[in-house]
Every structure is written in C-alpha cells, then in structure tokens.
Ligand binder design. Structure first.
Ligand code: AGP
Length: 614
C-alpha cells in the first residue's frame, strides 16, 4: 500500500517524481521521500507525514538538478511513520538509494547477517536491509541491474523495489514479486510506478510486468529479466483514461466527484456488452462455453466493499443461473480448506487488482484447479493477470480510499457474468436476458435521480455529527447494503457503525438500541410482499425501543411512512438492482459526516487505497 515512482529521461526528475507521488498519495500517506542522482552525488530527502511535509523540506534543501530519480509515499508496516523510517533508504556508503512496497518476510535474518558483518542500521525497516544488501553488491562490482537480481534471489515475501545508484546515473532499476509495478513508456524518457496514475500525464503507453521480474529503464531503453538475469518480456497495454479523470475537477474531494460519476461508471461498464441481435458478449471472458456449462459451484472472494458487492451479486447469480454461490472473505478463504475442483468458478473482485488477501486466495484456488475470473477496475494489475479470465469495470480511476463507484460497477459486472452464464447454460431465454440488461441500462438514470435529491441526507449528517453509534438494517440484497453503509461510516467518520440482517436483530443486537439510536433501514420494494412486511415488523421492533429510524424505501411506499423519522425515497428498480440506488444516499451521508467532523475524506486515518500486505 505504498506509492512508488521512478523516472529517467530529459525532464527534471524531481518534478516528475513529486507530481507522480501526488497522484499516488491515496495509496499511503504516513511519510514521503525522494532520491536524485546528479554529478556523482546521491541526494535524498524524506519526511514523516503527508507529501506537503516533504515539499516544505525540499524548498529549504535546494535539491540538485537531476534527470534520474525515485520517490515514495508510505503506509507503514515495519517501523513507525517517522523521518528515519521514511523511504528512500540508502546503503552503507550512501551510494545506492531504494524505495519499497510490500513486506520482506526474511528481513530479520538478513539484518542479523548484516549486523554481524559490521553494519549499523539506522531504521526499523525491512527496506533498509535490502538497501544495504544492494549497495554491498554494487560495491563488490555488480552493476545496479545485476545487484538487484542478486538481492531479489535472497528475499522472501512481497516486494516492489525501485533503486538508483551514483555508479549508474542514467538508469533506474526495479523488481517485483506479489506487489504492483508498471512501466510508463515515453520518448527519450521512461517511468516506473505502482499505478499508471503517476505517469499518464506524460504517456499512456505502459508495460505490465510479470512475477519475479527485474526491469531496467534508461532514457531510451527498457530491459526486463527474471531474477537470474534471463531476458523476459513485459506485456504492453494502453491506458484507457486520461489525466483529467485522475483530477478532482473542481470537487473538494475525490470522493464527492466519484459519487457523482456513478451513473457514467455504470453506463461505461455496460457499454458494448450486447450484440445487435441482443446477445450478451463478454470478450474478456476467455472461458469456453463448455467450461462455463461445466461450472457447478461459484465462490466469490473479496475484501471490504468488494466483499459486499459479492454478497449482493450472490442473489442474482443464484436466481438467474441456479448455480450455488458462496461469498467468502479473501483473508479467510484458503484457511477454511475450501472444497474446490476444476468445475468450480472462483470470482475474485478487486478494484485495485492488487489486494494481497485476494491475490493469495486466488492463487490457492488456481492450485486447486478452479477457474478464476477477476473483476477489476485496474488494467494491468496483478489479480487480472493471474486469472483465467477478467471482466473490467470501466469506472475510471477511483482515487478516494473509500470505494463508491467501484462498488456499484462491481455489482453490475457480477450481474453481467450471471446473465452470461444463464445465456450459455440456457437458464434464461434471450429475450429475458435482453429485458434484464435493459433494466440495468435504466440504472444510470435512477442513480442520477438519487444524486439530485441528496441534500436532505447531507442535512441529516450535519445534524448527527455527535452520533456515537449508528446501525444499518437490511434484508435480502438490502443486507449487504447495510454492511456497506456501516463500513463507509466507520472508515470515513470513525464512528462505530454496524450493519445487520434485520431478522437477526432480535437475536441479540437489539440490546444496542437506546433512546434516539439512529437506525438506517433499507426496505425491500413493496412488490416483495412478505419480505417487505417483515421489514416493517423489524422497524416497529426498534422504534418500540426508542430508535430514530431513517428509512430508505422506494417512491410510493406509503406503508413505511408511519414508522419513518426520516424518509429517503428511492427510484423504483427491480429488487436485485435496488442496492445500486440504495447505497448512494449512504455514501453521501458518510462523506458529509466526515466533512462535518473536519476529517480527511479522501485519505482517512490508518487506511490505504490498496492493501498489498496480508
Ligand atoms: C472500501 O471503501 C475500502 N477502501 C476497502 O474495504 C476496499 O474495498 C478493500 O480493501 C478491497 O479493495 P480492492 O477492491 O482494491 O481489492
């Protein structure tokens, strides 16, 4: 969960690197630092805290003019977020600088060896150990590329390493194992970064790197090898969004922008999925019809908001395909010894495509011969690359740590996969599929309607700024919406919030209800008869104990009126699609609550956008 940038070329390296770090700061913001190579000297500057602290230090430091540099924004794993633990770290003579994303699992043994050889390390980090090893290899006569290959062979764990050396002033060398790294291909310049957002203002031509690879960039060349120096290939791709998409465009926060972008994100995810004859086409599916017909179980693996999207999708998948569908937290999946075989489809949902818990779960599934299908928003990321097939959501870059448009588009992508399976397996007729896709195509307009009516929700947040506990209830597909609403409030406003299946409340949690406890309730559409009536009963139960009920129900549902302290009316949509409209007010509520409390909406404390450690 760190942000890394490397540059070599004809521009001022410091500006390219700092601008790149600014676009990656959402990946981690505990500290930041840069290293520049110039006239046989290595310049480094690093500061705890946000990038602004580094900017201030650089303004006083008079950094040299350089065209070779690296930079880092950190989410702390080993060692507190202090200046001395900030990256870059350097070797013993200060001739090699290194930045790192991930965890080097055998760093303690390597540290002991270095200390036995007389090294006195300055930090508590695993990264400094790698920097020391790297410089020792260079001092022994290796060039930076060879040194990187040698060191990588000694390391265990997950790492992206990016280094510069005064002895190789025109190159930046990097390596990756289980951690993100992409190459930006320029003219007379080349880039390295954790995420394409760091360099797309310069180039949208990129190179995806494989596992256990070392890449050396100079102004005019990019060379890839494995850890033993054997030549290897990266996979070229073109980034399909531009820098404007990665800007705030006048919004105070990326999250506000990304909430508003949801109609377009859904429309773009649906684009081009239907042929003229009304048949679904999922080009990236890369699984044959026979393989799809043989599927007898689906397991969705994901974390956080992506996990909630999987919980929503389960209802549609089972209803449309009649295939049993389990939804499992990635971090739990492989430890429960899941029952998997070649007829199991594992769907890995990940906005970043880099979440380590999900990547490790995916690998376990593949080892058990499952077919793995990735749903991701990040072209060129690790999880799609390691899957048998991928369906990209076209939500555009999601910069805010709290996921919004990715969530809605993940649900839409799952619906498309379910419909495609139904089409291939014949559990839905063509006209039924066309009708459901048509309903999905109405959702952007429904979300636009919700977005236009959010002021009362924001007013509610401003009025509830002192809340200490907020509960969220739902039934059926509304239950995952309750979980997602609670997660948003926790991660944005740092308020204790819990989501419950409404029917479960009376089995214990209802003891939490006190006079005035705010309870959001996602009410199923009136058309769902008994489900709707049972939700009314749940509402009455909490009201009888003093709860303040904020009811989300479809327009015209007058049965809920007597039980609503506040009513948030939702556009009428099919039951299985209600999460696509019901979630939006909850996103806006939590976002507003964070602003009311003066918190950092886009970069909440302790969090990072992409969790690349287990
Ligand atoms: C959601 O708001 C959080 N940022 C977090 O739960 C996130 O959804 C989770 O870490 C999964 O990330 P991914 O989709 O990139 O795998």
């Amino acid at each position: 969960m760190c942000g890394i940038v490397g540059y070599v070329g004809r521009q001022t390296a410091l500006k390219v690197v700092i601008d790149g770090l600014r676009r990656l700061e959402y990946r981690g913001y505990d500290s930041a630092g840069v290293a520049l190579v110039s006239d046989g000297e290595l310049f480094t500057e690093r500061r705890a805290g946000k990038l602004a602290n580094l900017d201030a230090a650089l303004a006083d430091a008079e950094p040299p003019q350089s065209m070779t540099g690296i930079g880092h924004t950190r989410w702390a794993t080993h060692g507190a977020p202090t200046d001395r633990n900030a990256h870059p770290h350097v070797g013993r003579q200060g001739r090699v600088a290194l930045v790192h994303n991930g965890i080097i699992e055998n760093f303690a043994a390597l540290r002991t060896k270095l200390e036995a050889a007389g090294h006195e390390l300055d930090s508590d980090t695993d990264t400094e150990v790698a920097a020391r090893l790297l410089e020792a290899e260079v001092a022994a006569g290796a060039d930076l590329t060879e040194a990187m290959q040698d060191v990588c062979r000694q390391l265990e764990g997950a790492f992206t390493l990016v280094a510069v050396s005064v002895d190789d002033p025109d190159r930046v060398v990097a390596a990756r194992r289980n951690s993100p790294l992409v190459v930006g291909l320029g003219r007379g310049e080349n880039f390295l970064a954790s995420d394409v957002a760091a360099f797309i203002e310069h180039t949208r031509d990129a190179l995806e790197l494989g596992q256990d690879q070392v890449v050396t960039i100079t102004p005019d060349k990019v060379a890839v090898s494995d850890f033993h120096g054997n030549p290897a290939e990266g996979k070229p791709f073109h980034v399909d969004w531009d820098i404007a998409a990665a800007e705030k465009s006048g919004y105070d926060y990326f999250m506000l922008k990304e909430i508003e972008e949801q109609p377009k994100a859904i429309a773009d995810t649906l684009l081009g999925r239907l042929t003229e004859t009304g048949r679904l086409q999922l080009d990236e599916m890369r699984l044959s019809d026979d393989e799809l017909r043989a599927i007898d179980k689906i397991i969705i693996i994901a974390c956080g908001t992506a996990f909630h999207a999987g919980l929503v999708a389960k209802y549609a998948i089972e209803h449309w395909t009649r295939i049993p569908c389990e939804v499992e937290l990635s971090s739990e999946f492989r430890y429960r010894d899941p029952i998997i075989d070649r007829d199991t489809m594992v769907i890995a949902i990940s906005q970043s495509g880099e979440t380590m818990d999900t990547l490790m779960a995916l690998r376990h599934a593949r080892q058990q011969r499952a077919k793995v299908l990735a749903i991701s928003n990040s072209n060129g990321s690790t999880i799609p690359r390691e899957s048998d097939a991928v369906l990209y959501t076209h939500a555009g870059p999601e910069i805010a740590v709290a996921s919004t448009k990715a969530f809605l588009t993940q649900i839409v992508a799952c619906h498309l996969i379910a419909l495609y399976l139904a089409q291939v397996r014949g559990t839905k007729y063509g006209d039924e599929i066309t009708e459901i896709v048509g309903q999905l195509e109405q959702i952007p307009a429904a979300v636009t309607e919700v977005l236009a009516a959010l002021e009362p929700v924001r007013e509610l947040a401003r009025e509830m700024g002192e809340a200490r506990l907020v509960l969220f209830l739902g039934r059926h597909v509304g239950y995952p919406v309750a979980l997602e609403g609670a997660l948003k409030l926790k991660e944005l406003a740092y308020i204790h919030a819990e989501g419950f299946a409404a029917g479960e409340l009376k089995h214990g949690p209802i003891a939490l209800i006190d006079q005035g406890t705010p309870v959001f309730v996602v009410v199923p559409p009136k058309g769902r008869g008994s489900l709707h009536d049972k939700m009314i009963s749940s509402i009455q139960e909490v009201r009888a104990r003093g709860a303040r009920t904020i009811i989300l129900a479809e327009q015209g549902d007058d049965k809920v009126l007597p039980y609503a302290d506040q009513l948030i009316a939702l556009p009428k949509v099919p039951t299985l699609m209600q999460p696509l409209v019901a979630t939006v007010p909850l996103q806006a509520f939590s976002c507003e609550m964070a602003m009311v409390k003066g918190l950092d909406v886009d970069q909440p404390r302790n969090l990072a956008k992409s969790v690349t450690v287990e």
